[in-house]
Design a protein. Structure first.
Length: 483
């Protein structure tokens, strides 16, 4: 009886296996695509039908984090690294060379191999004629520089190219032609400024460009960002070879969004062509005195944006511009302004708002810092016109409301902002305390600090408002560094 039961179970299992194998290849490939690659490769042992099925997957996602863990000791880590390399080389990429027509999306995230030739062979194997997405992240920073296969820069169907750490762009500019590339991200890699320029110009439909911590390896002093199709640009950290004074040229007439933090060199020069289509910008600018003129030129070029976000260093630079009576542009189209600050210097804020007559939303966001957000305010200073006639939303993130000057400024804003619809305060107090305060609960006694904050908030909520439609919304903004 026992043997019959085992036989029946075996027949049932075989029947299920046969049913699965009877499915069409497209459905089976969809199922394999839901598995981790290691598991998908393992299905090759099921039967002859399954042996090479996984090699027709259109997406390969290789990540050594599923093999190597931070808690592993050195010996175990080396063994698991070898297992991962074996999966990549023996089981995957060599198979891909025979089945490259199927591969469309390739992602590799791992510590860079010690042998540069090995990494290049991985790239060669993955760069098939149908590839559309090619992402390689060599994880922990390495001093070694790896040349990327020239084949990658001539993939006619490539739409997304993302490279991070360890790469050197040494390709011949004449070989670069990426007619379908729309997204290019380069992080912590190096190359000549001429190669970078050719890479951008050799991508005629490029829409999104991200460059972070790019190091030039030649003696050129100018980095060119030139593209008629470019819509989104993120520039953060450009490092020139030697002691050359950097110069950046941006000529992208279709640009819609710009994230700009190129370098901190006091001698830097910006050449920004007209950005008539620009809608939003994030500007992180060095606050040194020698950088004020480039900042003014930059602000003039982005003055038609509808949405701007300025970091604390940029805000301090704007403050210096007013101090030295350097003229800033008008921002007639600006409707949304976010200021990342450590101190709300209301005089500087007013000077900025005077140049933005149509502003609707004003946001203050506390910079990452162990110090609470502070306020400098003189009630005798005149308010900007847009505060009375335009601003509908004021949002403050990281407010402590533990001082009378903070409370008084907020009350003043409620009293004079006649169009204000909502004031959103993200207070540095836990949500439970806010809930108890809003519902007049006496379940627990607040700390002294909470008591001061809640008392100030109570006075704020009770103060008269110029706008009859104005609501005050209290949210929790608990930053561990404040406690």
């Amino acid at each position: 009886m026992a043997s019959e039961g085992k036989l029946n179970k075996q027949k049932t299992a075989d029947t299920h296996a046969d049913r699965l194998s009877a499915l069409g290849d497209d459905l089976l490939l969809h199922i394999l695509g839901l598995l981790e690659l290691k598991g998908a490769v393992g299905t090759s042992a099921l039967s002859r039908r399954w042996r090479y099925l996984w090699t027709r997957l259109t997406r390969l996602d290789l990540d050594d984090s599923s093999f190597v863990h931070p808690a592993d000791d050195r010996e175990i880590a080396e063994i698991r690294k070898a297992e991962f390399a074996n999966l990549v080389v023996q089981s995957v990429l060599r198979q891909c060379e025979d089945h490259r027509p199927f591969l469309k999306n390739f992602r590799l995230s791992c510590n860079a191999p010690e042998d540069p030739f090995l990494s290049k062979s991985w790239m060669e194997a993955a760069a098939g004629p149908q590839i559309e997405t090619f992402e390689v992240d060599f994880g922990c920073c390495t001093e070694s520089l790896y040349d990327l296969s020239d084949r990658v820069f001539a993939l006619e169907k490539l739409r997304v190219l993302k490279l991070r750490k360890g790469f050197r762009l040494g390709v011949d500019a004449a070989r670069i032609w990426l007619p379908c590339l729309k997204v290019l991200e380069l992080r912590e890699i190096s190359g000549s400024s001429s190669t970078l320029r050719s890479l951008i110009s050799g991508s005629p439909v490029l829409e999104t460009l991200g460059i972070e911590r790019f190091k030039t390896l030649d003696d050129a002093t100018t980095v060119y960002i030139e593209s008629s199709s470019l819509k989104n640009v993120k520039l953060r950290g450009l490092f020139m070879f030697g002691n050359a004074l950097p110069r950046i040229v941006v000529n992208a007439p279709s640009l819609v969004h710009m994230d700009f933090h190129p370098w901190h060199n006091p001698g830097a020069e910006y050449v920004i062509h007209e950005l008539l289509c620009l809608e939003s910008g994030y500007i992180d600018h060095c606050g040194r005195l020698g950088m004020l003129s480039p900042l003014i030129l930059l602000l003039n070029r982005i003055s038609n944006a509808r949405k701007l976000q300025l970091t604390d260093s940029t805000f301090q630079s704007v403050k210096s511009c007013y101090h030295y009576e350097l003229p800033l542009p008008w921002f007639h189209n600006l409707t949304h302004l976010t200021l990342e600050v450590t101190v709300i210097d209301w005089i500087t804020v007013c000077n900025l708002l005077d140049r933005a007559p149509n502003l609707v939303t004003l946001v203050f966001e506390k910079c990452p810092s162990p110090e609470p957000l502070e306020v400098l305010w003189d009630p005798l200073e005149p308010d900007p016109e847009c505060l009375h006639s335009r601003i509908e939303i004021i949002e403050i993130k990281g407010l402590v409301v533990s001082s009378s000057i903070q409370r008084d400024l907020l009350m003043h804003l409620l009293e004079v902002a006649s169009c204000l619809k909502k004031m959103i305060l993200h207070c540095a107090i836990d949500q439970d305390a806010i809930g108890r305060f809003l519902h007049s609960s006496n379940e627990s006694v607040p700390t002294r600090r909470e008591h001061v904050m809640l008392t100030n908030l109570e006075e704020l909520l009770a103060c008269p408002r110029s706008s009859s439609n104005c609501e005050v919304e209290l949210l929790s903004y608990v930053d561990d560094t404040l406690y």
